[in-house]
Design a protein around this ligand. Structure first.
Ligand code: ADP
Ligand code: GLC
Length: 484
């Protein structure tokens, strides 16, 4: 295999990261942003990270330019190969197992919903991750196996049950709502040891959960904000796994995500602006209003999101009419649950010129929304970290967020005291219901009307660091501690 790394003298350690998505290769949500950003952020603090992903159909064209570095015959029903190479500046390992991944559709779903064999598909990914962690690839031998979410949950388990050979494991929870459930009968098929099927180990409500398997076997557990780490130990947020996580509290920590500030910078937009020169934001707003057919006397709120229950989208219909009456407007970019798509469409039909909706996924358009919007709405019912409130901070697009998970960790509410102290960066509401959200939107109208306070909040927001530096240092410290 070719030597893929940097000068080994400068490397503090090596990490095999395993996940189902990574920007720029494949993305359905923030998981991909984070998995794709970590290698670069960690390289800057001396950690050499390679990312193992499935070679989905859309990625198979990359294989030609990569080197075959690993082969296993009969991996959960077919032959599998791993290819290594540099893809868009990231050292990537693609697991090519056509019987599992060469299909038309998304990473988790096909035309008829979830793939019937998802448990196997991601068990295979995890199995290979554990094998590579143990044996290394040529002279590249990882110190740490870092698994992300349920798709990689079995990786620490395979490593622990098969003998870790000095490799330590980390499991990061990006979203506890997805737990990788499989029936108990799948145990043997998934190459899991029968004697580990008991409540303290693999058994989960009579079946199996890849996420639980990872939680009970990983050396360290992290999640993507300190607040979510604490929430996960409570029944309202733990979604059945709160006890398992609480039992391992001594190895659980929260490390906030960062955002790629080279990509998410108002100074890098076509109409650039900065905290010092906020005028450019007005030009972006005018362009956005023209593009969306909006005329909004008060604050223009934006929402860029998966349209799902998690995101509190159902609160909009009860609250936006009053916000419109108060002078506000709303531009939405999102897709997801058809009922929620219909709900935002109804608002658009009811308030032409004040509410405008684009159903779909569009990265470039999302930049124009952040650059042109006055405020970004994130009324999530739960939010492990959340990235869009951080884009909002960077763009002076004041975040209006529920006080959950990483939202509570990243936004400082514009209370009278915080305004006086000059530290407010947004509006935070609790509990997550239409009454509190409606109140927050009235607060937004009010704050926007006080121009000097508004400009101060925008500037405070833009000054808040949202890059990867602090998080990368925290991961490096975690890895370092594990090796010691
Ligand atoms: P989650 O991963 O739960 O969806 P995050 O806030 O962590 O939430 O990450 C969502 C990511 O996906 C962000 O980068 C956001 O900008 C992006 N995103 C979501 N919906 C869209 C869309 N319709 N168009 C463009 N980007 C989107
Ligand atoms: C999940 C969470 C989101 C988080 C992202 C990246 O998709 O829903 O809050 O920001 O993972 O960690």
């Amino acid at each position: 295999m070719q030597e893929l790394g940097q000068n080994p003298g400068q490397i503090r350690g090596r990490v095999l990261s395993v996940a189902s998505e990574a920007v720029p290769l494949i993305k359905t949500g923030g998981l991909a942003d984070v998995v794709g950003a970590l290698p670069g952020a960690l390289a800057r603090v001396g950690w050499d990270m390679r990312v193992l992903l499935p070679a989905y159909r859309s990625l198979r064209s990359k294989l030609d330019a990569m080197d075959e570095v690993w082969f296993e015959s009969g991996l959960f029903g077919g032959d599998a190969r791993v290819f290594a190479g540099d893809v868009a500046g990231m050292q990537v390992l693609l697991l090519d197992a056509p019987h599992l991944y060469d299909r038309e559709g998304g990473p988790y779903t096909g035309p008829g919903g979830d793939w019937f064999d998802n448990a196997r598909r991601f068990a295979a990914l995890s199995w290979v991750a554990a094998q590579i962690a143990r044996t290394g690839l040529g002279d590249w031998k990882p110190d740490i196996l870092h698994a992300h979410d349920w798709q990689a949950g079995f990786a620490p388990a395979y490593l622990a049950y098969g003998g870790a050979l000095g490799v330590r494991s980390v499991l990061t929870i990006h979203n506890i709502a997805f737990q990788g459930w499989a029936p108990a009968q799948a145990l043997t098929d998934l190459r899991l040891p029968f004697e580990q099927f008991y409540p303290g180990a693999l058994e989960y409500y009579g079946g199996l959960s890849s996420l639980k398997a990872g939680l009970v076997t990983a050396d360290r557990i992290t999640t993507v904000s300190p607040n979510y780490a604490a929430e996960l130990m409570r029944p309202e947020f733990g979604m059945g796994l709160q006890g398992v996580i609480a039992q391992r509290a001594d190895v659980v920590s929260g490390i906030l995500n960062g955002v790629d500030t080279a990509v998410w910078s108002p100074e890098a937009e076509p109409i650039p602006y900065s905290a010092r020169a906020l005028k450019g934001k007005a030009a972006n707003r005018a362009a956005l209003c023209a593009e969306f057919g909006l005329e909004v006397p008060g604050p223009l709120a934006i929402l860029v999101s998966r349209l799902t229950d998690q995101k509190g989208i159902d609160l909009l219909e009860a609250t936006i009419p009053d916000f419109i009456a108060g002078g506000g407007g709303l531009a939405v970019l999102g897709s997801g649950d058809p009922a929620l798509e219909a709900a935002v469409r109804r608002l658009e039909a009811r308030f032409p010129g004040r509410v405008s909706v684009r159903i779909g996924y569009d990265e470039a358009l999302s930049h124009r929304l952040f650059a042109g919007g006055d405020a970004v709405l994130v009324p999530s019912r739960f939010e492990p970290c959340g990235l869009t409130q951080m884009y909002g901070l960077a763009y002076g697009t004041v975040p209006v967020v529920s006080a959950v998970g990483g939202l509570a960790d990243t936004v400082i509410h514009a209370s009278p005291a915080a305004l006086t102290a000059g530290v407010a960066t947004g509006i935070v509401f609790h509990p997550v219901d239409a009454v509190a959200f409606g109140h927050a939107l009235r607060g937004l109208l009010h704050l926007y009307a006080h121009k000097s306070q508004w400009a101060q909040v925008q500037k405070n927001a833009m000054k808040q660091p949202v890059g990867w530096e602090a998080s990368a240092a925290a991961y490096a410290e975690l890895y370092e501690g594990l090796r010691a």
